[in-house]
Design a protein around this ligand. Structure first.
Ligand code: K1U
Ligand code: ZN
Length: 169
């Protein structure tokens, strides 16, 4: 397994709609292993393929305390959503900035697991938030896009300032 480089904002790849996966291959299975390795190492509770420069509809998630409930979904789709929850979200592609985002609190998500089997499951609270955040990535959407234009501009300005400080530019 290997740790993959994370793609950071404002990379254009984070703004693209990812391609549907047409077949489960050994290469895709290895990519999923590498995605989990990269997510746990970050550390994060989710990761979407475009964050490691792969423009395909693949996400991995683990919101458990023990980091022992890995979930990989291929071509995930939300088929039903209800309720409302606000959570302070972060993003591995926008390190060190956080904002409260409102989303549905309960979802039914459909997709394929890494064995190539169709799956449909219900998710609530943090798991639902995380799956929605990752599916947004597959559609070129970032958590800051859920904020008002003023909040988004302020946060992205802060992000650019922090990055400039880090890189000394
Ligand atoms: O997709 C990503 O950028 C990963 C992101 C997922 C996410 C976080 C918060 C709400 C929704 C989705 C992260 O994992 S950021 C890191 C983070 O939240 C975290 C890291 C370690 C422990 C607990 C949380
Ligand atoms: Zn993210």
């Amino acid at each position: 397994m290997q740790k993959l480089d994370l793609v950071l904002f404002p990379n254009q790849g984070l703004r693209e709609v990812c391609a549907t996966v047409t077949e489960m291959t050994d290469e895709l299975d290895r990519l999923i292993d590498d995605m989990f390795y990269t997510m746990y190492d970050a550390p994060g509770i989710g990761l979407a393929a475009p964050q490691i420069a792969v423009q395909q509809r693949v996400i991995v998630v683990d919101v458990s305390e023990g980091k022992n409930q890995p979930l990989a979904l291929i071509n995930p789709e939300i088929v039903r959503s209800a309720g409302q929850i606000t959570w302070e979200e972060g993003c591995l592609s926008l390190p060190d900035i956080y904002a409260k985002v409102e989303r549905p609190s309960e979802i039914i998500v459909r997709g394929m697991n890494r064995d190539g089997k169709k799956v449909e499951m219900e998710a609530n609270d943090l798991l639902a938030i995380c799956i929605q955040h990752e599916i947004d990535h597959l559609n070129g959407r970032l958590f800051v896009d859920h904020l008002s234009p003023l909040k988004r501009t302020r946060l992205l300005h802060k992000f650019k300032k922090l990055q400039a400080e880090k890189t000394g530019s």
